[in-house]
Design a protein around this ligand. Structure first.
Ligand code: PLP
Length: 387
């Protein structure tokens, strides 16, 4: 046996461990002083009742002989795929076939697994900073990475790669910067991919947080995108499904990848649980939609509060309008970890150091609007007094 030595090229995944270690050291040194957590990138609000009931009902069906089910189709139940097409794409004028929508257990696994469809010598363009899964999956597969720096000077909008990129991971609304692209900006990427024979893997995990009217929700709103883009979506952050697990990936036939992805899923994936798919279906009911919209609006309200208060205090703060994340520049020329330590030690506030998302994140921290509203209010007051 020979190990995959590409794993040796991965950055040590120390970010969340290091955050945990520093928080624990603080708590040990200051017993009885709780920490206000503003770093968490995970949803916190409970699921709407109609979604819980859908899961209960689905579980009940599995306990009855006449409604019991075994494996579902690897690509998901038709009733969910049809509902997705009708609600998420048709109103935007995007026509998709059932066979182009693949239900999965969430975006994380598909984002990595999709890379199996491409030759190992393909070059991958990845935003810096970004959600770490794109780089990790590419490095595990031994692919060279082209980093696309996103900083305040370019408005956190990446420039087109100078070298030819074969695979391009785009994530908008962006985690961690909260940036979105306009139709014109996204059209530039589609044009690039068409001219260079590249494929765009478009991560739309935060699509539901878009509040501005002129921002594309799907890459297929751009003409010609169906030939060059795969879109990955998730119910995790839109409906609070981080533990339920359900998402979907659109692989249009025009990409030439649909049959390959179907083959891959049939071989390596035996389908998303019936209970999760029923829960996902319930998000499209009137009551389900209203419930998840109320949660999204709550998070967006917290995001607005964080961004506004930071800006009032004189911080350079970005995002938080079309995303649940606020990207905040450290004061006094501090690096990410120095700001993190000041927030922890002076204010008992936990954030995520920006450098953990890539080198261009140095000098920033990410605040999350998934945090408790009262914790955010208290944290911001302490920052005003103490930093
Ligand atoms: N994409 C982005 C940008 C994320 O931030 C996350 C999770 O935080 C995911 C994908 C993965 O989400 P899930 O696997 O829960 O669908």
């Amino acid at each position: 046996m020979k190990k995959n030595t590409n794993y040796q090229n991965l950055e040590e995944n120390y970010l969340f461990k290091e955050i945990g270690d520093r928080a624990n050291a603080f708590l040990a040194a200051h017993p009885g002083q709780p920490i206000l957590r503003m770093g968490v990138g995970d949803v916190t609000r409970p699921l709407p009742a109609v979604i819980v009931q859908a899961m209960q009902q689905a579980a009940g069906e599995l306990g009855q002989a006449d409604t019991f089910r075994g494996y579902c189709l690897e690509e998901g139940y038709d009733w969910l795929r049809q509902c997705i097409i009708e609600h998420d794409f048709a109103p935007k004028g995007i026509q998709l076939e059932l066979s182009e929508v693949f239900i999965g257990e969430g975006a994380g696994s598909d984002l990595g697994n999709l890379s199996e469809l491409f030759s190992s010598d393909n070059r991958v363009a990845i935003l810096d900073p970004s959600y770490p899964a794109y780089a990790d999956a590419s490095i595990m597969a031994g692919r060279p990475v082209i980093w696309l720096p996103c900083h305040a000077e370019n408005g956190f909008v990446p420039e087109l790669p100078k070298q030819k990129a074969d695979i391009i991971y785009l994530c908008f609304p962006n985690n961690p910067t909260g940036t979105v692209l306009t139709h014109a900006q996204l059209a530039e990427w589609v044009k690039y991919a068409r001219a260079n024979g590249s494929i765009i893997i478009f991560d739309a995990a935060y699509e539901a947080y878009i509040t501005q009217p002129d921002i594309p929700h799907s890459i297929y709103e751009i003409e010609g995108a169906k030939e060059v883009a795969v879109e990955v979506r998730s119910f995790s952050k839109s409906a609070g499904f981080t533990s339920v697990r359900c998402g979907y990936t659109v692989v249009p036939k025009e990409t030439g990848l649909q049959a390959m992805w179907l083959r891959r899923q049939c071989t390596k994936y035996n389908g998303t649980s019936y209970i999760s798919q029923r829960a996902a279906l319930a998000t499209y009911t009137q009551e389900g939609h209203a419930g998840i919209r109320a949660n999204l609006d709550f998070y967006l309200g917290t995001a607005h509060l964080i961004r506004q208060r930071l800006q009032e205090m004189g911080y350079e703060a970005y995002g938080g309008v079309n995303a649940p994340y606020i990207w905040c520049h450290a004061p006094h020329g501090w690096d990410s970890w120095t700001f993190f330590d000041h927030l922890l030690n002076e204010c008992r506030v936990l954030c995520t150091p920006g450098v953990g998302f890539g080198q261009s994140g140095e000098g920033y921290v990410r605040f999350s609007a998934f945090s408790k509203r009262e914790d955010c209010e208290e944290a911001l007051s302490r920052m005003k007094e103490r930093i």
